[in-house]
Design a protein around this ligand. Structure first.
Ligand SMILES: Cc1cc2nc3c(=O)[nH]c(=O)nc-3n(C[C@H](O)[C@H](O)[C@H](O)COP(=O)(O)O)c2cc1C
Ligand code: SF4
Length: 496
């Protein structure tokens, strides 16, 4: 008879043989597969071990950000930028000790010019509301210079929309719906909304995909919907319409957009009704007339001439036909899904485009009439302050708010497997995103940006952030010297 210790030893020995045998068997199977396949040279030449290269390359993408990347090294957003958002959303305040870890010699860094005698602390002025679309039947008075950029319901999930709309309401900022139509979750949070009309007219389309005035009027009846934005282009994919992969189209999303389930939802690359600037102005006037609310455009700067043509057309036809705002997205803008060449190679960056377009508006005497909204990687206070100084009236961010929701930059937004629940419709992953908690972080993030930009404005010596101009900011050059922004892009007529 064997005692219990003998049994244990026998079971352990058997398990060991079983595990080693299974591993050996799997290795032999992979060896045969790798040797006989012809697609991958590394696996064919180094069967089994060649697979580890692929595994490590995949895992490297995730582990690099934790172990190897320096604070200001990663793209699109480095750890320092992400950490700033994290600190802001935890309400920890912005006081740090000892000194800045920022390398301020990096080319392109904005450095603000401190005033010798800034306003006293008791003269510290908060930012002012600003009216958009004075000619519309219901103009909009926007309370905040920092707002939430378009991300469609479809690209982002139900709990993400809920947390963003509730957070936006709490912070007093507007939320852009993106091109996926108006969902109940946009309305539930109670925020001011900008309804975006994309090229597929999701949510306001007729059977042929053209603008349906009845549906448009219905959207405008919601008091929460304050403005309309006609999207001509976005920075991540100029010249290409939206792409929502079939796996992300739930029955609800299909219903809200007015598209079939089970197939990729692709928008046309431009509005089929609009062939030139005159037709654009007519289309905008039509939307303004039907809705009674301000209407603007979203676009990307490629060259000055098309903007000159637009502004000249406005002056020829009459300023009442002008878009009430232009949202200028930089080529470095983000998206849920885009072809790589467009994301990497098409569209001028906001750093260059914004001062150019602000100058063109001033040159044509339209800076006051058309409000300028800037976006693309403007998600920490220094960059938002730079944009206001360069000529923006408003700044909007998409990915800054995604970080406030807990985005870890896993960059799987188009796969329906987002690990933080933001860009997936899989309930298993959505469980991690609890709107009742996250909305507070969204609000704290927006409020922190506003507060810190006000702090910068105060230090440069102005009473309100929008009073900053190009003389207040210097840009570090590749020589290591900084140059005033108004030398790089001379103001046509500052703050006319
Ligand atoms: C997930 C996701 C979805 C987006 N959906 C839209 C959209 O529906 N319409 C649009 O005009 N822009 C869309 N964008 C672009 C953003 O509104 C914004 O223009 C761009 O990302 C630049 O801002 P950011 O750098 O703060 O993200 C989307 C961006 C992301 C990341
Ligand atoms: S965590 Fe990854 S997949 Fe999810 S939103 Fe962020 S980048 Fe996209």
């Amino acid at each position: 008879m064997m005692d219990w210790a003998g049994w244990v030893i026998q079971i352990m020995a058997f398990s060991f043989v079983l595990v080693v045998g299974s591993v050996a068997l799997v290795a032999v199977v992979f060896f045969v597969i790798d040797r006989s396949q012809t697609e991958d040279a590394v696996r064919r030449n180094y069967p089994v071990i060649g697979r580890f290269r692929h595994l490590f390359t995949e895992l490297g993408e995730f582990f690099r950000q934790y172990f190897f990347a320096m604070d200001r090294e990663e793209l699109p957003f480095n750890r320092a930028q992400r950490d700033w958002v994290k600190r802001a959303t935890s309400g920890q305040g912005n006081t740090v000790a000892f000194g800045s870890t920022r390398n301020i010699a990096v080319t392109g860094t904005p450095i603000f010019v401190n005033a010798p005698f800034p306003p006293l602390d008791n003269q510290f002025a908060a930012s002012e509301p600003l009216m958009i679309g004075p000619g519309a039947r219901q103009p909009y008075v926007a309370r905040s210079f920092f707002n939430l950029s378009g991300m469609s319901f479809g690209a982002i999930s139900k709990p993400a929309v809920l947390a963003l709309s509730r957070g936006a309401k709490e912070a007093g900022i507007w939320m852009n719906t993106g091109e996926g139509g108006l969902s109940p979750y946009h309305l539930e949070g109670g925020a001011d909304l900008v309804f975006q009309i994309g090229t597929a007219k999701y949510g306001v389309r007729d059977g042929e995909g053209r603008l349906d005035d009845g549906k448009l009027r219905e959207v405008a009846t919601h008091d929460q919907v304050k403005m309309f934005e006609l999207k001509l282009a976005q920075g991540a994919k100029p010249g290409k319409g939206g792409i929502l992969p079939a796996e992300k189209i739930t029955p609800e999303i299909a219903r809200i957009r007015g598209v079939p389930e089970g197939e990729d939802s692709l928008s046309p690359n431009r509005h089929v009704e609009i062939d030139d600037w005159d037709e654009l102005l007519d289309f905008l006037a039509h939307i303004r007339e039907v809705t009674g609310k301000p209407v603007g455009i979203k676009t990307v700067f490629g060259a000055a001439q098309p903007f000159r043509d637009l502004l000249a057309t406005i002056n020829r036809r009459g300023v009442e036909l002008a878009p009430d705002f232009i949202t200028l997205d930089g080529g470095e803008g983000g998206t849920g899904a885009s072809p790589l060449p467009l994301m990497d190679l098409v569209g001028v960056t906001i750093r260059e485009a914004l001062p150019e377009v602000a100058n063109l508006l001033r040159e044509f005497g339209l800076k006051e009439r058309i409000k300028l909204v800037a976006s693309a990687k403007l998600m920490v206070p220094g960059d938002v302050a730079w944009a206001l100084a360069a000529g923006a009236d408003f700044v909007v961010s998409a990915r800054g708010f995604m970080f406030s929701l807990g985005c870890i930059q896993a960059m799987k937004c188009n796969k329906n497997t987002c690990p933080t629940g933001i860009t997936t419709h899989n309930p298993r992953f959505q469980k991690g995103l609890v709107p009742e908690d996250k909305y507070k972080k969204v609000a704290l993030y927006a409020k922190s940006i506003v507060k810190e930009v006000e702090t910068i404005a105060h230090s440069v010596g102005v009473a309100e952030p929008r009073q900053m101009n190009r003389q207040h900011v210097r840009i570090v050059q590749d020589t290591g010297k900084s140059v005033p922004l108004d030398e790089l892009y001379p103001d046509v007529d500052p703050r006319m």
